[in-house]
Design a protein around this ligand. Structure first.
Ligand code: BGC
Length: 394
């Protein structure tokens, strides 16, 4: 992309950043992930531990986001804290999350709430998780319980990346996001998640201002010459099934980072000479524009919210390069008439990347011993974009 160029976004376009409870809060001890991290012979590289201690430091995190100029904070409620044992709900945890919403409002930040971001209460996972025959009813009961704290909330995501959840059998088989190793999803889980999503959206209609949807992990699939049908066959159960189910929702969340080439035998590994991110993915900023165009078509013109996009790198200037190019691609998709409501960067904070703290996606880092927040130049850069509505390279 031409770094001299500037891109003006609509005045009502919303700029912000995303996080997820298990990845930043710390000590999520009632969850399936915590159990997995501490199991004997675990396949997990390191446990989440205190993570970024955002359970205690959320006010500072929201203040830092607000002071940069960003206007939306997407975070998740942790079901494992709210319902730590089957049918036993915690009022105190509910009030904790209500406080987070209040703090957002105090700082002029619009909250976007994710009801479930990958992790499950351990009791629910032990009963079969999304394979439990009445799993949707349990999820709907949890959503009913949290409804009162959402009374003035507009933006709600039911599930984060249900397609990744289905691929990883609801979390029990790990979340290795390197596209070349994605297993086939379990159709029973995929269908259950659609049912649970619809039930949850139905419960949420009790909220006066709500706009609800779910967010999809988009891979920017690319067919090798002559492999178009193999690509479709690979893509449909892993992505499009879920995107189709979003048609008619208030919005669909696009989460794009990488592209995946599909050949005769499925995904083609990333070539050695290609620049890679700390997650091992190809450095490929156009993924966002491609994903947005594809989602717009498959979800039949459902409004899009970019709910995640970012780069795992220790080089913050590369994060800015990546995001600049991704936003240029997004801008061009919007010029074609695609309705995109906002852009949320992944992630506000360096976080627990499902097994390791090494891939750092944050606009804000933190000291490993004191948890002192260490904002990076990319935060200031994105905050200025939010204030001006214009994307330019520094
Ligand atoms: C997930 C996040 C994850 C990020 C980067 C998304 O798939 O929603 O939880 O940290 O991508 O891998």
């Amino acid at each position: 992309m031409n770094q001299e160029q500037e891109y003006r976004f609509p005045d009502n376009f919303i700029w912000g950043a995303s996080t997820a409870a298990h990845q930043i809060e710390g000590n999520n001890i009632g969850s399936d992930w915590w159990a997995r991290e501490h199991a004997e012979n675990t396949d997990i590289h390191e446990p989440s531990g205190d993570a970024a201690d955002s359970y205690n430091r959320y006010e500072e995190d929201i203040r830092i986001l607000a002071e940069s100029g960003l206007r939306m904070y997407r975070f998740s409620l942790e079901w494992a804290r709210i319902e730590p044992e089957q049918g036993c709900f915690s009022k105190a945890q509910l009030l904790h999350y209500r406080k987070m919403i209040d703090i957002c409002k105090e700082y002029g930040v619009e909250p976007m709430i994710t009801l479930n971001h990958m992790t499950l209460p351990l009791w629910f996972a032990q009963q079969g998780g999304w394979l439990k025959p009445d799993a949707d009813a349990y999820f709907a009961r949890y959503v009913e319980y949290v409804l009162p704290i959402l009374h003035d909330v507009v933006w709600v995501c039911t599930f984060n990346e249900p397609n990744m959840v289905a691929l990883t059998r609801g979390g029990t088989e790990g979340t290795d996001f390197v596209a070349s190793s994605l297993p086939a999803p379990d159709p029973k889980i995929s269908e259950m998640l659609v049912k649970a999503h619809r039930k949850a959206r139905n419960v949420l209609t009790a909220l006066p201002k709500v706009k609800s949807g779910w967010t999809i992990a988009c891979q920017a699939f690319h067919a090798m010459p002559g492999c178009e049908s193999e690509m479709e066959e690979y893509q449909y159960p892993r992505e499009d099934f879920f995107t189709e189910a979003a048609a008619g929702d208030d919005f669909v969340g696009v989460q794009a980072y990488l592209r995946t080439f599909i050949g005769k035998d499925g995904p083609v590994p990333v070539a050695d000479e290609v620049e890679r991110t700390l997650t091992g993915w190809e450095y490929f900023p156009p993924a966002l524009g491609i994903a947005v165009r594809h989602t717009w078509e498959v979800a039949r013109q459902t409004p899009i919210f970019v709910t995640e996009n970012g780069l795992a790198s220790t080089d913050d200037s590369r994060r800015i390069d990546y995001t600049f190019d991704a936003l240029a691609g997004l801008h061009s998709a919007m010029e074609e008439g695609i309705d995109v409501l906002g852009y949320l960067h992944w992630s506000l904070l360096d976080n627990y990347e499902w097994g390791s703290f090494t891939p750092t996606f944050g606009l804000v880092g933190w000291d490993k011993d004191t948890f002192e927040r260490l904002p990076k130049p990319s935060l200031e850069w994105l905050g200025e974009i939010s204030k001006k509505g214009v994307v330019s390279h520094p």
